[in-house]
Design a protein around this ligand. Sequence first.
Ligand SMILES: [Zn+2]
Ligand SMILES: [Zn+2]
Length: 107
Amino acid sequence: MAGRLKVRVNSSGYKKFFDPKKRRWVLTHRRTLENALGRELPLSVHVHHINHNKFDNRPANLVGLDPSVHAIIHHEDPEACFRCGRSSHWARNCRARTRINGERIRG
Ligand SMILES: [Zn+2]
Ligand SMILES: [Zn+2]
C-alpha cells in the first residue's frame, strides 16, 4: 500500500484508521472482521473482542453480535452464548429461535 496509514485510538479505546478511499475514520476491528467475512456489517451489528482486549484485532478474536447480546456479555455474563445471550451453551450449539430479550433470531 502506498503511503502511511494514519492510526489513532478513539475515546472508547478502540483503534481506528483513516480510510483514504472513503475519506473517513474507520474502526480497525470492524474493518478487520468485514474483510474476514467478505462483506460489510450493518451498524446494527456490534463487533466484540472475544478476549476483551480492544487492541487484539486478530480476526479470530472478533465476532459480530447483536447489541443486546453484546451488553449481556459485558455486564452480566461473560460466558453467555454469542448468538442468543443465554448461559450454559456455546453459539455453535445454539438452537434458540429468540434472543434472551425475546427478539426473533433471523437465519
Ligand atoms: Zn465487546
Ligand atoms: Zn444460544
